[in-house]
Design a protein around this ligand. Sequence first.
Ligand code: FMN
Ligand code: MN
Length: 513
Amino acid sequence: MAYADLREFVKRLEKEGELKRIRAEVDPVLEIAEVVQRVCRPSAGDQEKSRLEAGATKDREKSQLEDGATRNTALLFEKPKGSRYPLLINAFGSVRRMALAFEVEKLDEVAERIQGFLKMETPQGFFDKVKMLPKLAELGSFFPKSVKTGPCKEVIQKGSDVNLFDFPILKCWPQDGGRFITFPLVFTKNPETGKRNVGMYRMQVYDERTTGMHWQTQKHGAEHFRRARAKNPEGRIPVSVVIGADPATALSGMLPIPPDLDEMMFAGFLRREPVEMAPCETNDLEVPANAEIVLEGYVNLNEMRTEGPFGDHTGFYSLEGEYPVFHVECVTRRKEPIYLTTVVGPPPQEDFFMGYAVERVFLPVMKMQYPEIVDVAMPAEGIFHNLMIVAIRKSYPGHARKIMNAIWSLGQAMFTKVIVVVDHDVNIHNYSELVWKTLCALDPERDVQFSLGPMDTLDHAARMQDFGSKMGIDATRKWASEGFTRPWPDEILMDEATKKRVDALWKSLSLEK
Ligand SMILES: Cc1cc2nc3c(=O)[nH]c(=O)nc-3n(C[C@H](O)[C@H](O)[C@H](O)COP(=O)(O)O)c2cc1C
Ligand SMILES: [Mn+2]
């Protein structure tokens, strides 16, 4: 049975020893973020240790940043200063909790389910295949279901009763421009097709009823805004924002899925039960009926306002920029809503584990289109878009370069700043092996390729916002057919017969502790 709502997930986390309640009063202005830092990030030494362990066991999931002194758990702050409502944070901040969110033992199970669907007879081509999902979903009845009302309507507040400061909204870092809603699901409709989009875009609170809307230029919410503005620059678009829902639904806003593929359908697929959608009170959007908090309102198409700075997941502040403005006209909520939030900052933070799950879950989709891809890794320090390591089964000259170009054209992977392509026999989750073999395989001038393209808005080093250069490193063995005519040496490995002989001798050498 799917989690009915966020509070069921809280109960499950608690039962699994994955959640701590904090009864002391803690200030959502800076203090909560600092507490989270001490729980979710081990000291540098521990990090190095866990990395070495992970490398030794070929398993990145082992480097879960479990730290001796403070255990990495979800935190439920029962008394955030200045608010009547509890605050849930770090709920998804480990591989284990991500697996609990998707109700699986291993994230690979989700990948296998997706693979099962992709294997069904579908037209050729990645997007066609992915677009088949809604059709398959209709058959499998994952499609969202309209209902008249739900727990998200226990309390309805309109007009001057609306006050965002009722909620324990975080200020995360000292130079942040204000308090930010960090875990919202932003609902809009494509003004041309009427299709829904749901995205997780942070919202800076300007006053009781106004926030920023941080739609980065390549994101689907931004596209809805632009299309509506092109039709009627003086108009407005309806926007509703959900804070807190069952885990699959809450996470669906960050999924890098194609435009016009409904995130709520995908959430239904993930939770194996349709998401029930209730109509909003003041606009024509629908929101998950099990939501904790819903903010209904609109964005004016001719209004922009300075947003930021914001301590971002790059580990640096993203600077001020001009973004649309969200006006809240109505709040609907549970009587005692749980305020779901997260902190981003120097990696790794909670969002690393969300990104890691996405990497694992979407790997079969990448492999489907590019079967030569054996594995993909995005290390935490690469903050999703800065570094992607790809292992391929190389079968023709220039194959590594082809994969680089493929990644630079694949959905949000277009943002990838550095791609390293290695042969299939490199364990890319063991960074020490990866760095060693990559460096050994390089003639830098020959093997490094530059390209230009769209950049993540948050990249502060790019020559311009949203546009800059990328680098691909071909660290595969070089072939004669690629102009490399020298012999390529074998990797040093002891032969099995000698190993067996030493195994037999081993005890007599008394070398064990
Ligand atoms: C914690 C967190 C915060 C995020 N904040 C933003 C943001 O402020 N603006 C943005 O454009 N994307 C942000 N993202 C990334 C988007 O959620 C992600 O790119 C998503 O796929 C966008 O949905 P879309 O493809 O429907 O536009 C954030 C992701 C996470 C995990
Ligand atoms: Mn989308």
